[in-house]
Design a protein around this ligand. Structure first.
Ligand SMILES: Nc1ncnc2c1ncn2[C@@H]1O[C@H](COP(=O)(O)OP(=O)(O)OP(=O)(O)O)[C@@H](O)[C@H]1O
Ligand SMILES: Nc1ncnc2c1ncn2[C@@H]1O[C@H](COP(=O)(O)OP(=O)(O)OP(=O)(O)O)[C@@H](O)[C@H]1O
Ligand SMILES: [Mg+2]
Ligand SMILES: [Mg+2]
Lengths: 229, 229
């Protein structure tokens, strides 16, 4: 599904270059439930951005769905790919301040021109699963940190994408809320075969992952698949 | 040090009222290392905002440092109190985008008109302790989520306040970085007697706290002091 070869990312800041990724080779198969872990600043978000074609590598290449080299995608093509096949949960949520919860969650479906009846069914379902029914008409600034995070999660899942990239999706959640989110994702993974790639510091996400990739200082230092016991 | 009596907070949203706090009675003594835990949306951030005089209760009262009723403080008085005696680590960091790390951390000292020589000593020290020396000249948008969190932590500690209110200060940090932050806070607590009140979902913060207050649905349901063993 996903193939990265020698992916390098440099950020130029004045005279100082930050080597955020230093040659990452990664192969992700469809249906994997993979967690990427590593110290703060080690390159997890940067790697997810590469895979989610929000950015392109300085060197190396990212191939998606066995056919797209992200360097060859123009803005229009990458926008369509992200809209239809990828769900992204951002580390800082990136919700639209002027839209309420339902509108925020439904935005990707709106962009797909989905029929409003089906849209509402999907939105209702997700709002309920993430425990925000009571707050469905509220706007992001009227919500707690963890409530905003749950909106970001719901929005990434509403299009039922082939690939979900979840950047620290439980960081602001208590144990119960976090587990509810993870169970929802596990269910999508088991019933729909949705591929999940998490960046996380949360032990419960690592526990549920079938494979863990450790990244330190821009390089993969470990890659462990759990054996089914 | 801190005394809340019957603190209630209602948010009015159209016809819908959210009862964020429903009568919180809390007494915090100087030098405590207290964690407030509870489900997402239970009222932790709202309570910290009451204590940090960023907001006032709908009913009830908050008394700070044994002498200030926050309802009696005008804007000028509460700004001075926050500037000189309280450090606040926000759940969403609230860094200044146009300032770099050093300038962000030094901003509270700037507001206190501190001599620039002493300012630089304090900033250097904190930048190093939170592990951001390499990134000291970068701006927030050039940082990872956990790096921004560490800037927010450093900024709250730089004035060496009497009271630190830390809203999920380790949410975006890996285990090591989180422990480094907590050890720094423990050290300030032990050597300077700084009072710390955390809102957290992180088990390692709860472990280090000498007292844990559980808040659910806007009310305190448990209040446990650890016995020294
Ligand atoms: N400005 C606001 N307007 C309306 N409702 C609000 C506002 N701020 C918070 N709330 C509501 O008040 C309740 C408590 O919010 P608060 O931010 O204190 O929760 P929290 O315990 O910090 O949650 P989390 O762990 O998710 O950060 C929530 O249900 C939230 O939706
Ligand atoms: N836009 C940018 N400009 C310059 N440097 C950047 C930029 N974005 C990230 N970096 C740097 O690249 C490195 C990797 O950042 P990244 O956000 O991928 O880390 P991370 O593993 O997600 O960290 P965290 O766990 O703290 O979220 C960091 O050292 C960061 O400072
Ligand atoms: Mg990150
Ligand atoms: Mg909160």
């Amino acid at each position: 599904l996903i193939h990265t070869v020698g992916v390098t990312k440099d950020y130029q800041l004045g005279t100082h270059t930050v080597h955020a990724l230093r040659g990452v080779d990664l192969r992700v198969r469809p249906g994997e439930f993979l967690s990427i872990v590593g110290p703060s600043g080690s390159g997890k978000t940067t790697l997810l951005n590469m895979i989610g074609c929000l950015d392109i590598p300085t060197e190396g290449m990212v191939e998606l769905f066995g056919e797209f080299d992200t360097r060859d995608l123009d803005d229009k093509a990458s926008t369509l790919l992200r809209r239809d096949r990828i769900g992204f949960i951002f580390q800082s949520f990136n919700l639209m301040p002027v839209l309420n919860i339902r509108e925020n969650i439904g935005l990707p479906l709106d962009l797909q021109r989905m029929d409003s009846k089906e849209m509402n069914v999907r939105i209702d379902e997700l709002v309920e699963v993430v425990g925000l029914t009571e707050f469905a008409e509220h706007r992001p600034e009227e919500l707690s940190g963890g409530q905003r995070q749950r909106v970001a999660v719901a929005r990434a899942l509403v299009t039922q994408p082939d690939l979900v990239l979840a950047d620290e999706p439980t960081a602001n959640l208590d144990h119960e809320s976090g587990m509810a989110i993870l169970r929802l994702m596990q269910k999508m993974n088991e019933t729909r075969g949705t591929t999940f790639i998490f960046s996380t510091h949360d032990p419960k996400v690592m526990d549920l992952a079938t494979r863990t990739v450790v990244i330190e200082d821009g390089m993969v230092t470990e890659d462990t698949v759990k054996s089914k016991s």
